[in-house]
Design a protein around this ligand. Structure first.
Ligand code: SF4
Ligand code: SF4
Length: 365
């Protein structure tokens, strides 16, 4: 398991710098594509009813978008942490970074489309060398901007100390990972020292008015520590609010509970514990038709660092681009084609429809 002590932070910072210095903004390699294909096949071989058969039974196929509201942009997989359950496999050695050309293509798509929100993610999106410029450009376009922050980046190094004020200036909605309100659980999942650094980050944001003033929104994200479904979102939010206020004087707006997707590091974890079958059955047994209506791929598209468009961040990790004969790159953005596409579904999609459902904005049913 990774750690995140003060010494580690210096080592991690040096690693990040070394990666940035030689970042080739590298293309997707065959090895990674092959690994993703193996993951898809692995899940197809688990003895469960396939997700597409399940949806067919309820006349939900082909699954179509309801709109193009959210443009989620993954600017690269570089991160200052290496968390156990990261579905991106992000870390300080990942060289994939979005080019300025692709960022400009995203801006052009924003001008052409009807998106009301841009959701910036990574890795740690703030590490991208053009992050500041990109946010400034997006904010000229009168859309809501979300940054998915790991919080530790705010105190990682003086290079990033400008971030809280910058977030405030652009009224950025911060959605921050915080899988528990206890040090033990957070450090176990995200690395020793992460909890303390995250609390520091939250306190800085609170001091600026985040979670307090109505236009400075701060949401936290919970995901289970193991092979279980998240508990009740409202109940957990109450517990979080009580414990974080009492112990650290930290406040926030809402808690989003997110189901661990059976892909990437979490799938490896499940395999190592021989729990893949158990987890997939848990997801299938808790299939909730009401969640299908609102799965996030129905109003979101996800753009990879190289401009390739996916139905969601999870399909991005599995190298499953959008369907259709037309271009699959944001530089050829076509509103009509995207709005009428058929969403690509595989068995990992059960992760979005189990229990109260799961999306980047928490429960959906
Ligand atoms: S979960 Fe978030 S903070 Fe952790 S390694 Fe992945 S991208 Fe980085
Ligand atoms: S994994 Fe992606 S494509 Fe599948 S249901 Fe969830 S959001 Fe939609």
């Amino acid at each position: 398991m990774s750690t995140y002590t003060e010494e580690d932070q210096i080592t991690l910072y040096n690693k990040v710098q070394a990666t940035l210095a030689k970042a080739k903004r590298s293309p997707v390699t065959e090895v990674k594509r092959k690994k993703a294909l193996e993951e898809i096949k692995y899940l197809e071989n688990v003895a469960i009813e396939s997700f597409t058969d399940k949806l067919q039974k309820y006349n939900f196929t082909p699954l179509k978008p309801t709109g193009l509201d959210i443009l989620q942009i993954n600017v690269g997989y570089l991160c200052n942490q290496i968390c156990n359950h990261c579905h991106v496999n992000a870390g300080p050695a990942r060289k994939e970074l979005m080019t300025l050309e692709t960022m400009n293509a995203c801006l052009a798509a924003l001008d052409e489309g009807n998106f009301h929100t841009v959701d910036l993610t990574g890795g740690a999106p703030e590490i991208h060398p053009d992050f500041k410029w990109f946010v400034e450009e997006i904010s000229k376009r009168n859309v809501k901007i979300i940054v998915r922050s790991n919080l530790t980046i705010l105190t990682f190094h003086e290079d990033y100390a400008y971030l809280p004020e910058f977030f405030k200036k652009h009224k950025i909605e911060v959605i921050a990972s915080m899988p528990c309100y206890t040090i033990e659980n957070v450090d176990k999942q995200r690395g020793e020292g992460v909890f303390e650094a995250s609390i520091k980050g939250l306190q800085i944001l609170n001091t600026l008015g985040y979670g307090v003033e109505s236009d400075l929104t701060l949401h936290l994200v919970y995901n289970p520590g193991g092979a279980s479904l998240p508990g009740d979102q409202m109940g957990l939010e109450r517990d979080y609010k009580e414990m974080l206020k009492k112990n650290f004087d930290v406040v926030f707006n809402n808690l989003y509970t997110i189901t661990n997707m059976p892909i990437s590091r979490f799938l490896t974890d499940l395999k190592n514990q021989d729990k893949v079958e158990h987890y997939m059955h848990l997801l299938v047994d808790n299939f909730n038709l009401a969640a299908v209506e609102n799965v996030m791929c129905r109003n979101t598209i996800s753009v990879r660092f190289d401009g390739t468009i996916f139905d969601c961040d999870f399909n991005q990790m599995l190298h499953l681009p959008i369907s259709g004969k037309g271009s699959k790159n944001i530089k050829d953005f076509n509103l009509e084609e995207l709005a009428t596409r058929t969403i690509v579904l595989k068995n990992h999609c059960y992760g979005c429809t189990a229990g109260a459902g799961s999306s980047c904005q928490g429960v959906v049913a």
